[in-house]
Each structure stands twice: as C-alpha cells, then as structure tokens.
Design a protein around this ligand. Structure first.
Ligand SMILES: Nc1ncnc2c1ncn2[C@@H]1O[C@H](COP(=O)(O)OP(=O)(O)OP(=O)(O)O)[C@@H](O)[C@H]1O
Length: 301
C-alpha cells in the first residue's frame, strides 16, 4: 500500500482510498482431488493454476476488476445481494486480505469495524473498552478520558451495571454496540464499518448514524456495508453497488439505490430468484462518468 498526499490547500478533493483494477480470489483447500507426495511432486512442475487444480484447491473469485476513488469527507455505502463481495472488498481495503491483481492505495490508516471484531468474552466490558481503545492506537490517557463517553454512547449501562460484567453475559446486540462505541471513539482516517448499524435498537442506530456524520466532519472517509437501505440513505452520499464481485454502479445514493431496489424488488433478494433474469439497464452516474473504471460493468452470465 502506498501513501498519498495529505492535504491540498487549494481546496481540491483529497483521495483517501484508490482501488485500481482489484481482483480478490479465495482459495479453498481440501475439495477432494489429489493428495500426498505424488501431488506435491506434480505441483513443482505445473503452473500455479494447474497445480491448484491437481491439489483440489477451489478458487472463489470474490471481487473482479473493481476500480474507484474515495475522497476525504465522503461516506460511501457498499451494497449488493448476499455473497456479492462487499465484506471481501472492505477487508482488502483494511489490508487484511491480499489482492490477486490490481492495487489498493490508502492515505492514512484504515480501521475495519466489523460486528465480529474480536473483544474478549471473559473480560468485563470495562476491560474491553480499555484494551480495545489501546488496540486502536489510543493512549492510556485518551482511553481514560473517553471511557465514560464510550460507555454512555453504547447505552450498555442503561438497564443496570452491565459494563462491569464479563462480555459473555451480553446479548449479541449489546456486544455489537460496545464494539461500535469503542471504534467510534477515535477519529479515523478511513473507517470501514461492516453491518454495525444492523444491530442495536433504533435509538442506538440513530446515535451511530450521527457519529458517522461527525467522523466525516473530522475529514475521515467512512465506508458502510449494510443491507439496510434506510441506514445507507441516512448516512451516505455515495454508493458502490457490487454484484457477483463486479462493481455494477458507483454514484449518488438515491440514483444507485433506485436501480438496486428495482433489481432486488425492494428487498435484498433479486426478484425471481428461482431463475436468473436479465438485470435492468442502469445508467452510469455523472460521478462514474468522471471516474475511469468506476462505471457500470456488465455482469458475467
Ligand atoms: N473465507 C472465504 N473462503 C472462501 N470463499 C469465501 C470466503 N469468504 C467469502 N467467500 C466467498 O466470496 C464471495 C463474496 O463473499 P462476501 O462475504 O465478501 O460477500 P458479501 O457481499 O459481504 O455477502 P453478505 O451480504 O452475505 O455478507 C462469496 O461467494 C463467498 O462465498
């Protein structure tokens, strides 16, 4: 990953993430074919692809030739039906997955906040706030200073003194709220949020959305993966729509959501899931037209 320029005094938009022709491929071992030393010997003389085939490695091409540029101050929604590559792309931007082809450039440190982000279930919420804060790069003093705000934001203590109980006693929603609150306590250069808003009650979602807006004001870039189109509407001004690993559309939230909702019939499942149907034509947005490679790409059949 390369570092980009930090600030432009002439008011030009500052890029924070550039994805340039990114392909991401998972390799799944143990899908049945050859084993043992004969295979190992064969692997040495075959090309990588042939060797993987011989060893029973299945390739899952999760993200295909994705190009976009994100700028400081943007909140970008990532949408698409199940298995379309949203989480995979987010992990790659966070630097947690290698790319097969292409490049990802980031300006500043990306932080991935997933609902599965690891906190220690045997430790109390309080300890997790401290450890989580340190793990995100806050100093001890900063964590101490922000501790009460984090707990208040999470709402964990609204129904009793839960913060001093081990996290294994929390409901999944409570745990997800605490994770979000810890991550949101810091100003991030690039904050990547995977479904965090899907958990928690409406008032917590509202607080989270407000906090995302605040993070944007502090000049970061926020990516939000969500199946909740209303959260995307309330939070994001730009949306990337991935379908079967391909960037299908990149543009203003309303334009992209309108096409997406026509495609899915308003829900997250494409209409007529029993038989494949041709997708409706979607116009590239003005923004897409300006950004090479960020336009609509035909889906593979
Ligand atoms: N660890 C993995 N190993 C192999 N294949 C994987 C792995 N993780 C994801 N995939 C595959 O990659 C593709 C994209 O998955 P991904 O989780 O990125 O989709 P998604 O859009 O985030 O889905 P969802 O909306 O259901 O969370 C899917 O085909 C999935 O089966």
């Amino acid at each position: 990953m390369a570092d980009l320029v930090h600030d432009k005094p002439n008011g030009e938009r500052v890029p924070t993430v550039i994805c340039d022709g990114v392909d991401i491929v998972y390799r799944v071992n143990g899908t049945g074919a050859g084993r043992g030393s004969a295979t190992a010997a064969l692997n040495r003389i075959l090309s990588r692809n042939q060797a993987e085939k011989a060893a029973g490695v299945r390739r899952v091409h999760a993200v295909k030739n994705v190009c976009f540029t994100a700028y400081k101050g943007e909140a970008i929604g990532l949408i698409g039906t199940n298995g379309s590559g949203k989480s995979t792309l987010l992990k790659a931007v966070a630097g947690l997955l290698p790319v097969e082809n292409g490049k990802i450039y980031t300006n500043g440190q990306p932080s991935l906040l997933g609902v599965n982000a690891a906190l220690m279930s045997d430790l109390t919420g309080e300890r997790n706030v401290h450890l989580g804060g340190l793990a995100m790069g806050m100093s001890r003093e900063q964590v101490k200073e922000r501790y009460q705000d984090i707990v208040d934001f999470s709402g964990i203590n609204e129904k009793g003194d839960f913060i001093t109980l081990p996290m294994r006693t929390y409901s999944s929603g409570m745990a997800a709220r605490l994770r979000f609150s810890i991550a949101a306590a810091k100003d991030h250069d690039v904050l990547l949020i995977d479904e965090a808003l899907a958990t928690g009650d409406r008032s917590f979602q509202k607080r989270s959305e407000d906090r995302i807006r605040e993070l944007r004001r502090h000049a970061g870039t926020v990516f939000l993966v969500s199946h909740n189109n209303n959260s995307i509407r309330d939070t994001c001004d730009r949306v990337l729509w991935l379908e079967r690993g391909v960037l299908r559309m990149d543009g203003p939230t309303e334009e992209v959501l309108a096409e997406y909702e026509a495609f899915t019939g308003g829900s997250d499942k494409p209409k007529g899931t029993t038989a494949p149907r041709p997708s409706p034509p979607a116009k590239p947005s003005k923004q897409e037209q300006k950004q090479p490679g960020a336009g609509k790409v035909p889906l593979p059949s």
